[in-house]
Design a protein around this ligand. Structure first.
Ligand code: ZN
Length: 215
């Protein structure tokens, strides 16, 4: 049973970090995707959690504590740029509101968007992170003279892929093989269960490493 957490938006003042121009900051404290489909679309298009100065045109991601919930998918994702006591308390509160379901913790907007897109494709982000490790192993040669800064799931229609962000070479794309996904899912089933709990979990490459290289 999913608790009905309603969309909540508050206002605050925010000065442009570049020119100091004052702004009204619309803070999306809770986004309920089922209730506000348009808000979800805006989030995925980078129209939310983005600061744009009307005076000097300065743009920057605006990351702050925010809950994304999709009751239909039994999904809650909490974005907290910094782990602090306040966040712990909030997560405890949400935990007691809802037992079960998928609960995730992220610290930036790209990861939040990625989790939403993975869920939209009915995939398991835990398997996706494991698959990333397998795919990174394939591109060892490319990494010899470059640094990979990020790897993110992305899709368009039925086409799934990983976006690879290299320091020098820029953005690359690797098609995601669903057969490989299923194989990873089977192979690490026990390890995945072992590293999962009914709480807000940070599921990233570090988490996947614990599953893949556990003794
Ligand atoms: Zn400005």
């Amino acid at each position: 049973m999913t608790h009905k957490l309603k969309t909540l938006i508050s206002s605050d003042e925010l000065k442009c970090p570049k020119c100091g121009h004052p702004h009204i900051w619309k803070k999306y404290e809770t986004i309920n995707a089922l209730e506000k489909m348009d808000m979800k679309k805006k989030l995925l298009k980078n129209e939310i959690f983005q600061f744009t100065c009307e005076k000097c045109a300065f743009k920057a991601p605006l990351t702050y504590n925010s809950l994304y919930t999709d009751p239909k998918k039994n999904l809650m994702i909490y974005m907290a740029p910094v782990m602090e006591t306040e966040v712990d308390e909030k997560l405890n509160e949400l935990n007691s509101l809802q037992k079960g379901g998928t609960k995730r913790l992220v610290d930036n907007i790209n990861d939040l968007k990625e989790k939403i897109m993975i869920a939209d494709n009915h995939l398991d982000d835990r398997v996706i992170e494991l698959l990333k490790i397998a795919y990174i192993g394939r591109i060892k040669k490319e990494m010899e003279d470059d640094n990979m800064q990020d790897i993110l799931f992305d899709y368009n229609g039925g086409q799934l892929w990983f976006l690879l962000f290299f320091e020098k070479k820029g953005i690359g794309r690797m098609p995601l093989d669903l057969e490989h996904y299923r194989q990873i899912e089977r192979q690490y089933r026990m390890g995945i269960l072992d590293q999962s709990r009914d709480d807000f979990m940070k599921v990233d490459l570090e988490w996947a490493g614990k599953v893949m290289f556990r003794r």
